[in-house]
Design a binder for this molecule. Structure first.
Ligand code: 3PG
Ligand code: MG
Length: 397
């Protein structure tokens, strides 16, 4: 990736490194409930510390409006210590005297975590005075928070205009994986787009139609496409007012030579609950009282046969109501097939988005994909073809 400066391009020894990480992790009862994001950035933290840099961690947690103990990074800093196996000091503010005192006390190789950047409203405003207050604490800025790169905030973007800026190892891996998936992929490329609503994914569908060879549509948004083809969807989630839009998407796909794959059968139930009595029907036979909660076995076969003939897969959004058994079957079986093809060296598989990661974790497939992004909104915006401020600021001009 020659267009980004990385840790290979800087000597961090004795330098104060402001390292933007995404410690916005799920919390339960004051403890970190899922440390995946911390595990991902541990490599960068350890590398800088091992090279004798002073690692100053910057992050937000949650969406506080000002200082709020519920959103303190202190318990998260303790998890950073256990994941990296190193002591991590904590400063109760991210700017000002407390932060400065913490930084002044550091020796090469030390790690200091600063308090939640969103305790100051200058963070989200990308306020130059706040950027300057952060910049005072460091000699250089390393951005390792791809998952927050869609935000043009002081710690995710502003600092990159003020201090020498570098991509961290996690950012590098993420950009590399995404480039292999869409910028310069091995063709043919398929995308799976699932989730509830087309209204939130129109930009995504538009961009993917222009870039991929096969677009597989799943989740409740597939129902809107089925309705657009004149099929009855009963009581299924469906944006009936968007059937015209769905038709436009299908027409655009046709004109761009992008093959669209829609379900041919469905698992339907009359109640939206786990283990509700269900049956498999053709998409032509959905009853008035039926709700489509998953794709059926013929649809699974159809998707798996697409995966067998493509070289690259990008996946965002589950197929069915994957959080309720047995309606996770479609997602689980497709995930398993993608994982096997990847392990066999036949497929490059890249997935991301909150629900998608939860579904792939539940399916036990995450570790066998080529890359699973921990990013939600940032992954989606990237798939939509949008420029991410926290990535753009790292480009070598
Ligand atoms: C995320 O979890 O998606 C990122 O950390 C960004 O958080 P935000 O949506 O609160 O800006
Ligand atoms: Mg978010």
């Amino acid at each position: 990736m020659p267009s980004f400066r990385t840790l290979d391009d800087v000597d961090v020894k004795n330098k104060r490194v402001l390292l933007r990480v995404d410690l916005n992790v799920p919390m339960e009862n004051g403890k970190v409930a899922d440390a995946t994001r911390i595990e991902r950035v541990a490599t960068t933290i350890n590398e800088i510390a091992d090279k004798g840099g002073k690692v100053i961690l910057l992050s937000h947690l949650g969406r506080p409006k000002g200082p709020d103990p519920k959103h303190s990074l202190k318990p998260v800093a303790m998890t950073v210590a256990s994941v990296t196996g190193r002591p991590v000091a904590f400063a109760e503010d991210c700017v000002g005297e407390k932060a400065q005192a913490g930084v002044n006390a550091m020796r090469p190789g030390d790690i200091l975590c600063l308090e939640n950047t969103r305790f100051h409203n200058g963070e989200e405003k990308n306020d130059p005075a706040f950027v300057a207050a952060l910049a005072k604490l460091g000699d250089l800025w390393v951005n390792d928070a791809f998952s927050a790169a869609h935000r043009a905030h002081a710690s995710t973007e502003g600092l990159g205009h003020t201090l020498p800026a570098y991509a961290g190892r996690t950012m590098q891996a993420e950009l590399d994986a995404l480039a292999k998936a869409l910028e310069a992929p091995q063709r043919p490329v398929a995308a799976i787009v699932g989730g509830a609503k087309i209204s939130t994914k129109l930009d995504l569908l538009g961009n993917l139609i222009a870039k991929v060879d096969v677009l597989i549509i799943g989740g409740a948004m597939a129902n809107t496409f089925l309705a657009a083809q004149g099929k009855k969807v009963g009581k299924s989630l469906c944006e009936h007012d968007l059937v015209g839009t769905a038709r436009d998407v299908l027409a655009k796909a046709k004109s761009r030579n992008c093959e669209i794959v829609l379900p041919v059968d469905a698992v339907v139930a009359q109640k939206f609950e786990a283990n509700a009595p269900s049956r498999v029907v053709s998409v032509d036979d959905v009853g008035d009282a039926d709700m489509i909660l998953d794709i059926g076995p013929r649809s699974i076969e159809q998707v798996v046969s697409v995966l067998a003939r493509v070289k690259t897969l990008v996946w965002n959004g589950p197929f069915g109501a994957f959080e309720m058994e047995p309606f996770d079957t479609g997602t689980v079986e497709v995930a398993e097939a993608a994982a096997e093809l990847t392990t066999a060296g036949k497929l490059v598989s890249v997935a991301g988005g909150g629900d998608t990661v939860a579904a792939l974790n539940a399916a036990g497939a995450t570790g066998r994909f080529s890359y699973v992004s921990t990013a939600g909104g940032a992954f989606l915006e990237w798939l939509e073809g949008k420029a991410l401020p926290g990535v753009e600021v790292l480009r070598v001009k």
